[in-house]
Design a protein around this ligand. Sequence first.
Ligand code: PBG
Length: 329
Amino acid sequence: MYPLRRNRRLRTNESIRSLVRETIITPHDFLVPLFVVEGKGVKEEIASMPNYFRYSLDILETEVKTLWSLGLKSVLLFAKVPDNLKDNKGTEALNPNGLMQRAIKTVKHVCPDMLVMTDVALDPYSVYGHDGIFENGNIINDDTAEVLAEMSLSHVIAGADFVAPSDMMDGRILTIREALEDNGFIDTGIMSYSAKYASAFYGPFRDALDSAPVDVKDIPKDKKTYQMDFANRFEAIRETEMDIEEGADIVMVKPGLCYLDIVREIKNDVDVPVAVYQVSGEYAMLKAAAEKGWLDHDAVMLEQITAMKRAGADIIASYFAKDVVKLLG
Ligand code: PBG
């Protein structure tokens, strides 16, 4: 006898498939990363991220309006800092009139309801390309956390709704949370990059911001003393639970595709929203394969984004956000 249950009944045509589909992508799923630079009229394509750009603040205004009109309501800002403003302590990161602070004001000015999140880490400001302060062969933890708290305050004073510490120093969420509370910013959110792995997938991003660790004697060539070992799973849970205890409102797993097991595990374990970051290298891989005609760009893009949401991500930071939303119509 034939089986009483034939699962193919629910796959017969697109109408029934869409009726029973479990995971639906909408513009509300996305957080859009944006790179800003000094200048006027600048829209520079990032070499290793085809069709992704750095914007000067005047062009940023137009871009933000476009995102809003597409239903994309959250952005994550990154500033490309000129070399002459870099030092070991990220001094420029605290400049109330720095590029990041002006970018925050620009977005809020053209689109007051756009949710503004900012990257908090020292690497774009560091002469050494590290997320923290370098001293005696090491990236030092507690002094870095103090600077990150000041940097967060500076972003919030400029108008940021959320700060997103991406540095992986121990205890920085608590340091930042206390600084925010002490200064009366009780409604500011923290999205913690809580399980951020030391990944080779960040290469194109470091091109975009010119923020890679420098190749100089005694300076660590990688970020493995603070970002996580990609072989580890329990550690991701420990990191995430600690960040929530310290005051994170949203937690994040990064990168995306290779780490969806971690996304699911964390989603099952915590009761705060879970974000995933589909990082620059993931974007670059698909662009390159599509350019060669080896992969169907749009189909693979949708499949990957859907997989991230299916894995448990409530929020997806993605360079594809605009493309996906346009494709969905
Ligand atoms: C900075 C930061 C990085 C990314 C986001 N914030 C790079 C790094 O840690 O080296 C990577 C994002 C991407 O690759 O798209 N701390």
